[in-house]
Design a protein around this ligand. Structure first.
Ligand SMILES: C[S@@+](CC[C@H](N)C(=O)[O-])C[C@H]1O[C@@H](n2cnc3c(N)ncnc32)[C@H](O)[C@@H]1O
Length: 189
């Protein structure tokens, strides 16, 4: 393992990787890819839809800690979110990550009109990806990114989102052959 983080964070990530299937966590290489991208692009304001136990949130949060940015992460299952909160605390991310409990569509719909986002990671209900996109779209800055996991492993469920983003000339979208398939869209206008 590449030694990127403090010992406690390394330990927690390694532990969480033992239960990856049970908590539906993203593959490590996909998390590493987003970690590098967030730092390279100096991302400031990020949203994650689908926290689970916080595995991907730790990676996003560590990158944002370096850019001085912030992550809001949404999960409707309180039991999972409380595990995530503890993991964020252990990794020193309480000031960088705001966990929000509730339904993603309800929370995203309540964002103020002037809430601007540089990076979104979508990893919740696959059939709702297109809904999350419709709600988030007005908030995405030009130059901002939307990453979605499982677009190959759950191709049929994610297809309405892929069709919508491909049809939208404000975005350029690629599907990366990372383990579950990660789509990455960049807002160009
Ligand atoms: C694939 S897991 C997230 C894994 C996490 N991103 C990671 O890699 O560590 C999806 C999570 O989204 C949550 N979820 C599904 N639909 C949701 C919704 N409509 N609103 C909020 N959370 C939702 C589930 O409870 C589940 O914990």
């Amino acid at each position: 393992m590449i030694k990127r983080f403090d010992e406690k964070t390394q330990q927690i990530l390694t532990e969480l990787e033992q239960t990856q299937k049970q908590f539906w966590n993203i593959a490590r290489v996909s998390a590493e890819f987003m970690y590098i991208l967030i730092k390279a692009e100096n991302i400031q304001n990020a949203i994650e839809v689908g926290t689970s136990n916080g595995y991907s949130g730790i990676w996003l949060g560590k990158a944002l800690q370096e850019t001085g940015g912030h992550l809001t992460t949404i999960e409707y299952w309180e039991k999972r979110l409380s595990v995530a909160r503890e993991n964020f605390k252990q990794c020193g991310l309480e000031d960088t990550i705001t966990p929000r409990q509730g339904d993603a569509c309800e929370i995203l719909n309540s964002l103020p009109d002037d809430f601007k986002i540089d990076f979104v990671f979508i990893d919740a209900n696959k059939r709702e990806y297109v809904k999350y996109f419709d709600i988030l779209n007005p908030h995405i800055r030009v130059g901002g990114y939307i990453a979605c996991d499982n677009v190959l492993s759950h191709k049929e469920k994610c297809q309405p989102f892929i069709d919508a983003i491909n049809a939208n000339s404000d975005y350029e979208n690629v599907v990366l052959a990372l383990p579950a398939g990660l789509s990455l869209a960049r807002r160009i206008k």
